[in-house]
Design a protein around this ligand. Structure first.
Ligand code: ADQ
Length: 465
């Protein structure tokens, strides 16, 4: 069997439970197959300190990391990855900072990764590259003569062609995808956007079977919606830490209905819109007022990017004004927690909540939606209110699907969720769990790696850049 080499910007010790969808999913994959995980160490070092690769053995997985200099980190990570690609791919052209200097940093770090990874590769390795930070990595590896099979998975959405086309150098970026053997997306919508782009901007021809020809090369493309490890999350739900959290929440909120939101504090997650919808719900339903509490956990994320500190202030002020206007001496409608909650406690919180609000403006998939459903008591399950703009909405059709920009519509869905009869809750939950079990993280991994194995190898010249 070929060795699997995973490459992602950040790596995590797969023996530990990590927060963050990508880390959780990849730890799963590598624990099963062994192999090499290559990425950034998370350390920023002085440019004179050299760029050695650091190795660490974590069970069956070998971790190999490189450090970044301050300027590389600023241009590659904060600048191009999170100041250009993240906002644009989440349809937020207004938040993109197209500083011409960033792209050089993005290329520099992708070149560094290729240069450092190349000597570690074995001839029959299969390489799986993850996410928007590393789009040109295969092109850089090919330029160094890499002949191995390389797959790429985009964890975030791919927007429609004319939004991609707003990125200066977008054709370079999409052309770089053709250096892979297989490119995977989260949803059919993202895949359709890829097809739309390569047809309209690169005059590509569809060859059938998910193959596309452009830039003198063929690439396979497909949708591989990411899932969770249902068994692991069920065990986590039954473990003492989660049970203790569940009991505590049940005790504390015995006379109240609990709604929950758990997100990274990110503008793609639609947090201010969610708060406005909850405020609208409170306004419209005075009789339900002092009985519903929203616990919103928003873990700190990328606070050195400007748009994130603006969001933090907007959210704080919204929560403050909702509590100020609707709160009573013995009840506050919103409990807002700006911290990461230990992963082991989350299932307890999910299980104690009658409703989950998962209302991103755009999301590649959103694993919280799947985790919330998995943590429920199947005899008396809670209700998922889910944005139609999350990748998960393509699969979880039995959720209460909402348009998060529609404040009144989302408020109406919150009311519906709180009043949904038991039988309907059970039926919806059962149907969604069937999908979550079928398309779990193992399915995701196996189906991607099988498709990569089958992707027809062809000419891999070095003239990629
Ligand atoms: P994220 O944007 O990080 O991931 P998500 O899919 O929701 O979003 O994954 C988050 C993971 O981190 C979940 O396992 C969740 O439990 C945990 N988490 C989130 N907020 C937390 C908090 N406040 N405290 C503790 N834990 C928290 C990106 C894409 C998603 C895609 C994943 C996986 O943006 O669309 O689903 O990758 O591909």
């Amino acid at each position: 069997m070929s060795r699997l080499v995973v490459v992602s910007n950040r790596i995590a010790d797969p023996r530990k439970t990590a927060a963050g969808g990508l880390a959780v999913a990849l730890a799963e994959v590598l624990n099963g197959t062994g192999g090499l995980w290559f990425g950034w160490s998370g350390k920023i070092v002085d440019a004179t300190e050299g760029d050695d690769v650091h190795f660490m053995q974590a069970g069956p997985v070998k971790l190999a990391t490189v450090d970044l200099s301050q300027v590389d980190h600023d241009d590659f990570y904060l600048g191009y990855s999170n100041g250009v690609l993240w906002p644009v791919f989440h349809y937020r052209l207004d938040l993109a900072d197209f500083d011409a200097g960033y792209i050089a940093g993005y290329r520099r770090v992708n070149q560094l990764f290729a240069r450092k990874l190349m000597p570690l590769l074995q001839p029959d390795d299969v390489i799986w590259v993850h996410d928007y930070h590393l789009i040109p990595l295969a092109a850089e590896l090919r330029a160094l003569g890499c002949q191995q099979r390389i797959g790429f998975f985009l964890h975030i959405p791919l927007p429609p062609p004319l939004i991609v086309a707003a990125i200066p150098g977008h054709d370079w970026l999409i052309r770089a995808l053709f250096a892979y053997d297989l490119v995977g997306f989260q949803s059919q919508a993202d895949l359709a956007h890829f097809a739309g782009y390569v047809e309209s901007e690169a005059h590509a021809q569809p060859l059938g079977d998910g193959r596309w020809r452009a830039f003198g090369r063929t690439v396979h493309a497909g949708a591989f919606p990411i899932g969770i490890d249902v068994e692991e999350f069920t065990q986590l739900t039954q473990a003492p830490e989660a049970m203790e959290m569940y009991e505590r929440m049940k005790r504390e909120y015995s006379r109240r209905r609990l709604l929950v939101g758990v997100d990274r504090l990110d503008y793609s997650k639609g947090l201010p819109q969610r708060m406005r919808a909850f405020r609208e719900f409170l306004q419209k339903n005075p009789d339900l007022r002092s009985s519903a509490t929203l616990i919103q956990i928003a873990s700190p994320s990328r606070e050195d990017v400007e748009a994130y500190s603006d969001l933090l202030h907007e959210l704080e002020s919204l929560c403050g004004s909702i509590n100020g206007n609707f709160g009573e001496l013995d009840w506050m409608p919103v409990r807002y927690i700006h911290r990461t909650v230990a992963r082991a406690r989350l299932p307890g919180l999910f299980r104690a909540s009658q409703v989950a609000l998962v209302t991103p403006l755009r999301d590649g998939m959103n694993l919280v939606a799947k985790e919330y459903l998995t943590a429920q008591d199947e005899e008396d399950p809670g209700v998922l209110v889910l944005s139609r703009f999350a990748g998960a909405a393509e699969q979880l059709r039995e959720a209460l699907l909402v348009n998060p920009y529609d404040t009144e519509g989302t408020a109406a869905a919150i009311l519906l969720a709180l009043q949904m009869p038991l039988e309907e809750r059970r039926l919806r939950h059962q149907a969604m769990m069937k999908t979550i079990r079928q398309y779990d993280v193992h399915w995701w991994c196996d189906s991607f790696l099988n498709a990569l194995q089958e992707a027809q190898a062809e000419e891999k010249g070095t003239s990629w850049l």
